[in-house]
Design a protein around this ligand. Structure first.
Ligand code: LLP
Length: 437
């Protein structure tokens, strides 16, 4: 069920989210304000665990924490028995501070710095996912120096088109990520890793893209990767123990979205793996998946206060709110679409189609175009649904706006998980060199 289809209200007619009065929270904490629904996050995590249990496979979901990376979210996913995918020392430190088991942390990235590698080895992460030839020697050398054996995987590029926005597709041949299967680079990488005594190869990884709706690219990627598993066994005599099938499972932003549920994709991919294993006498590898958006996306709600409303006759109506591309750059980057309502009167009939603009000083500062709403007035509280993934995580201080506060909501209770930034914090790293007087 799409989150915006229910729109539960209290006696005052205010939109409830996680059982909380969204208008009251907006008043108390100010806007822009992000709410994260704890139960939805937990339920999304549990669906992955249930799926693996029902399939009878050794599988684990790693939360792709780039989608929303804060202490509380890491804590929740750890409590639900998920591991995490991190891509920087910042994410790694946050995950560790939240109590994530280091063995359940996978460290990704197409260009890990020496500091990243050292931090990952210090922590003893479950796997460093090798993405380029340079990283093989860099990780092996650092591990050797420390008399450690680094657990690594190889990111492969299955050469599939995920038919999503160009900026978030990753599995095609023309991608900065991973080693090509088709051009032989992946095989060379595996060979080079096996020749390094300070590296232990635990598996393969791929991720084909994000907000993917189709079944075929997942099936094709699983199929090609299993061919590669067989080729590794046949040519190098090495058995791959683990396959990380990535994430990217699409979610609902607007009525027209019809994603296939993440668990269905997983069932189908496991089927592909099983077919290969039966046919070629391979053991079924351990399975990892890396959902980000499908865990936190629909669990998030963004609240703004409506300011100016400009009707440009025959062109469009701009409803401007007190946030914008600084807290959510997704329209600017990917022309993202959203569903919205007025939280103070969510069941008023929609009578106009408007463009929701932010308050930043550029025309590209749009939150979403062509969204149906009742006539908006200054002071209304605008709620944008499906705001949990890649919004707060990509927020900036553009125009010296403070990054918003985030509250965790559950059963009518609300508590901050990120405080609103202060102006002092915005200026805290600025310096005035002596010669400026
Ligand atoms: N695994 C890897 C290696 C990834 O790079 C990603 C996302 C994921 C898993 C999780 O994908 P998800 O399940 O969240 O779709 N900022 C963009 C999305 C960028 C995705 C980056 N990688 C957006 O706002 O749409």
């Amino acid at each position: 069920m799409k989150v915006w289809e229910q729109k539960p209200v209290n006696d005052e007619g205010h939109l409830l989210f996680g059982g909380c009065d969204t208008v009251a929270l907006a008043k108390q904490h100010g806007t822009p304000l992000y709410l994260m629904d704890e139960d939805r996050i937990r339920e999304a995590c549990r669906a992955f665990r249930r799926t693996f249990a029902a399939l009878g496979v050794d599988g684990m979901a790693l939360y792709a924490s780039k989608a929303f990376s804060t202490l509380a979210i890491y804590r929740i996913v750890a409590q639900e028995g998920l591991g995490v995918d991190v891509v920087s020392e910042g994410e790694l430190r946050t995950a560790l501070a939240a109590g994530t088991n280091p063995a359940d942390i996978y460290f990704h990235g197409n260009n890990k710095t020496e500091d990243d590698i050292a931090a990952a080895l210090d922590a003893g992460v479950g796997s460093l996912v090798i993405d380029a030839f340079e990283e093989i020697e860099a990780i092996a050398a650092l591990a050797r120096e420390r008399s450690q054996i680094a657990r690594v995987s190889v990111r492969v590029k299955p050469g599939v088109e995920a038919h999503t926005h160009e900026y978030i597709t990753t599995g095609s041949d023309d991608s900065k990520f991973g080693f090509g299967l088709a051009d032989g680079c992946a095989m060379r990488a595996v060979e080079a890793i096996l020749a390094q005594p300070s590296l232990k190869l635990i598996g393969l990884h791929y991720h084909i893209g994000s907000q993917v709706f189709e079944r075929e690219p997942y099936a094709l990627a699983a199929d090609r990767t299993m061919h590669f598993v067989r080729a590794i066994r046949d040519t190098l005599g090495f058995e791959i123990e683990e396959i990380n099938l990535g994430g990217g499972f699409g979610i609902h932003y607007v009525d027209a979205d019809a994603p296939i549920e993440a668990v269905k994709h997983i069932q189908m991919m496991v089927e592909v793996l099983r077919t290969h294993c039966d046919k070629y006498g391979l053991p079924l590898p351990r399975i990892k998946v890396e959902p980000g958006r499908s865990i936190v996306g629909e669990a998030g709600l963004a609240l703004y206060t409506v300011g100016t409303v400009k009707e440009l006759p025959g062109i469009r109506t701009y409803v401007s709110v007190d946030g914008g591309m600084a807290d959510n750059p997704r329209y600017a980057l990917y022309q993202a679409e959203y569903s919205a309502c007025l939280a103070n009167r969510p069941h008023d009939a929609n009578e106009t189609t408007v463009t929701v603009a932010g308050r930043c000083c550029e025309s590209g500062d749009i939150l979403t175009k062509n969204v149906a709403l009742p006539a908006c007035r200054r002071g209304d509280t605008l709620a944008i649904f499906t705001a949990g993934a890649y919004q707060y995580a990509m927020a900036s201080n553009y125009n010296r706006l403070r990054r918003p506060a985030v509250l965790l909501v559950r059963n009518g209770q609300a508590a901050p998980i990120v405080e609103r930034e202060s102006y002092e914090q915005i200026m805290q790293n600025d310096r005035l060199p002596d010669w400026l007087g």
